[in-house]
Design a protein around this ligand. Structure first.
Ligand SMILES: NC(=O)c1ccc[n+]([C@@H]2O[C@H](COP(=O)([O-])OP(=O)(O)OC[C@H]3O[C@@H](n4cnc5c(N)ncnc54)[C@H](O)[C@@H]3O)[C@@H](O)[C@H]2O)c1
Length: 241
């Protein structure tokens, strides 16, 4: 999703700094995108890495208009069997990583008097899910952090919003690389009856990052085919056949 977002942003005229722990993949993407892109290694849970990223962005491009906090890990496990370190790992990358991103980059934006921060939460930041306590907690945290950041930074010219993707066909939700047809069978409970595509989430991120969303601050945008709207009672009117 991060790679797709970078491609879309560059196609729309942005210059991007790609930051990830996956160095070979990040460098390859930067090469693909050419002059408009740079790559720097970043472990989002590491404060020193973030400080290097801030220096790098300013040295390369002189300013930063948007930050997309996208990195995350999915951690599985029922609550009573979940190890503390696994619970903490999800918080450390998904939530603390987002916090550090905001804390490091927002001052560059407030100095400019303008900026937009897009935090990628999840449909799982809007509801609970069995076996995903660690992930769900981190994504609700990202949603709450977004609201507070919107309050603290909005009056300084920086908008902060969250995107809540539903199931999206990426490595995270489809690690075995099943075909779209196979994956879609698992989405019968979603009103749109299919998995989402990375481009469909990237377009929401692009909107919130851009001036098109100039009055959006503290908003949560579900891009989930209706997954978070409710559940079907099978057999009753209005349920899919
Ligand atoms: N795929 C889905 O169904 C889905 C649904 C809802 C929300 N999301 C969210 O969308 C975002 C993107 O997910 P995705 O599906 O592309 O997942 P993905 O697993 O395909 O990609 C996640 C990326 O985060 C990077 N990453 C992991 N730990 C990192 C760290 N410590 N520092 C820096 N980078 C790190 C990975 O290297 C990878 O490039 C995530 O925030 C995820 O929680 C995904």
């Amino acid at each position: 999703m991060g790679a797709t977002t970078c491609r879309l942003l560059v196609a729309e005229g942005a210059r991007v700094v790609i930051a990830d722990v996956l160095e070979a993949e990040g460098e390859a993407l930067a090469r693909e995108l050419g002059e408009a892109a740079r790559f720097i290694r970043l472990d989002v849970s590491n404060e020193e890495d973030w400080a290097r990223v801030a220096d790098f962005v300013i040295a390369e491009f002189g300013r930063v208009d948007a930050l997309v906090n996208n990195a995350a890990v999915l951690v599985f496990g029922g609550i009573t069997a979940l190890k503390k370190q696994d619970f903490e790992r999800a918080q450390s990358i998904n939530l603390v990583g987002t916090f550090l991103g905001i804390r490091t980059i927002a001052p560059l934006m407030t100095a400019q008097g303008k900026g937009s921060i897009v935090n990628i939460s999840s449909v799982d930041g809007l509801r609970g899910v069995n076996a995903l306590a660690a992930y769900v907690s981190s994504k609700w945290g990202v949603r709450g952090l977004t609201k507070t950041a919107a309050l603290e930074l909005g009056h300084l010219g920086v908008r902060v919003n969250s995107v809540h993707p539903g199931g999206v066909n990426t490595v995270m939700s489809n690690p075995m690389g099943e075909t779209l047809e196979e994956v879609n069978k698992r989405y019968a409970g979603v009103p749109l009856q299919r998995v989402g595509l990375p481009e469909e989430i990237a377009r929401a991120t692009l909107f919130l990052a851009s001036d098109e969303a100039s009055y959006c601050n503290g908003a949560e945008l579900a891009v989930d085919g209706g997954m978070s709207t409710g559940a079907y009672y099978p057999g009753l009117p209005g349920a899919p056949a």
